[in-house]
Design a protein around this ligand. Structure first.
Ligand code: KIV
Length: 284
């Protein structure tokens, strides 16, 4: 476990002791079938600092639309939002690879559009990879980016940016046709050169089958313990929300802790018992 001091001149967090070198895309790829890969989402510098010692990669997910901005879906998330949060997460981390989600509308039009925007993400944030949603339809784009020096994480199964065509967020692969489509999507983007593949919201057997079928590590969310790694939205697993999807396990009660702290503060302000001598300034 590292502790951090902030260099006020550069805003960079300096960990003590200095951690190992930051993980790279080839290092993550080499973990296929080996030690499970630990990943969480991060959107801010301080959260990145706290998660970094425990994670192999931090995903600046476009889920920040709902989690940070209160948007109804990931559709309205912009490239500017992703760049701002991506840069903050890079500043707060040293050890984990940082991957930034390409938001809806920033990559689907053509491989050239995807390259232009992904290059901007890497330049403006310092992140080492991008993630984009989609299977067979995105394989050409993935290959185009990888051949030009942009490491890509794929994302198949339940793809939240397709909420309007899927008609909601239900788990995928309940019938044979859907299961075959998830497998074809996974193979297409893995063969196109992804160094990892997120499989979200699919029947457990499909995630296990895909994990056996593709050469890159699979990262499950609502998928299977057989995947090569797991990812969750940090605010979900830390207990920031009352309601979470079935696949989320809560490892903390941040909402409860924040509520308790705010309640205690409000009570002390009203009783004029805060601030005390310890928190006020007097002339020496
Ligand atoms: O946007 C996101 O947070 C994600 C993960 C949950 C996989 O894509």
């Amino acid at each position: 476990m590292s502790t951090y001091t902030i260099d006020t001149a550069t805003s960079r967090a300096t960990p003590q002791p200095a951690p190992m070198k930051r993980l790279t895309a080839p290092a993550i790829l080499a973990r296929k079938g080996k030690e499970p890969i630990v990943a969480l989402t991060a959107y801010t510098m301080r959260t990145a600092q706290l998660l970094d010692p425990h994670c192999d990669f931090l995903l600046v997910g476009d889920s920040l639309g709902q989690v940070i901005y209160g948007l109804p879906s990931t559709i309205p998330v912009s490239l500017e939002m992703m760049c701002a949060h991506g840069a903050a997460v890079v500043r707060g981390s040293w050890h984990a690879l940082v991957c930034v989600d390409m938001p809806f509308g920033s990559y689907e039009e053509s491989p050239a559009q995807a390259f232009r925007n992904a290059a901007r993400v890497l330049k403006e944030t310092g992140a080492a990879a991008v993630k984009l949603e989609g299977g067979e339809a995105m394989a050409e784009t993935v290959a185009f980016l990888v051949r030009r020096g942009i490491p890509v994480i794929g994302h198949v199964g339940l793809t939240p940016q397709a909420v309007n065509t899927l008609g909601g967020y239900r788990a995928r692969g309940r019938d044979d046709a859907e299961a075959a489509k998830v497998m074809a999507d996974a193979k297409a983007v893995a063969d196109a050169g992804c160094f990892a593949l997120v499989i979200e919201g699919v029947m457990e057997e499909i995630a296990a089958d895909v994990t056996r079928a593709v050469a890159c590590p699979t990262i499950g969310i609502g998928a299977s313990a057989q995947c090569d790694g797991q990812i969750l939205v940090t605010e979900d697993m830390m207990g920031m929300f009352e309601r979470t999807p079935r696949f989320v396990k809560r490892y903390g009660d941040l909402a409860g802790e924040i509520g308790k702290a705010a309640e205690a503060y409000a009570a002390e302000v009203k009783a004029r018992t805060f601030p005390t001598e310890d928190q006020i300034y007097r002339p020496k």
